[in-house]
Design a protein around this ligand. Structure first.
Ligand SMILES: [Zn+2]
Length: 113
């Protein structure tokens, strides 16, 4: 992968990381406001709270994937498939910068799960 593409992907990952960190913070604030009981109907608050927790969990998982991708960039193992050790398709990384597997391995892994 050329340096320009790598830098583009890196800045996108950093941008995404900031965005997600902000969203987790907002959602945590929201959970706290539910807990303070100012949100009207209590039963509604509970389901919104669960929903918000789910969002936070999803964001945390994504945040870990981003951290791992940035770590791989630092260690020059980025864009190498973790399964077959072949380079991951650039187009695939542009669509999903946190991809760990090439398209072929991804397909194999998904068809087995
Ligand atoms: Zn592979």
């Amino acid at each position: 992968m050329d340096e320009k593409t790598l830098n583009e992907l890196k800045s996108r990952l950093i941008y995404l990381r900031n965005e997600i960190q902000q969203r987790i913070k907002d959602n945590n604030d929201r959970v706290r406001s539910f807990e303070s009981g100012d949100e009207g109907d209590f039963s509604n608050s509970i389901s919104y709270k669960d929903l918000t927790y789910n969002l936070i969990e999803k964001d945390r998982t994504q945040l870990i994937e981003i951290e791992e991708a940035l770590y791989r960039m630092e260690n020059n193992t980025y864009a190498i498939c973790e399964r077959c050790k072949e380079p991951i398709e650039i187009e695939r990384l542009k669509a999903k910068p946190t991809a760990k597997y090439c398209a072929k391995c991804k397909h194999i892994i998904e068809s087995h799960s």
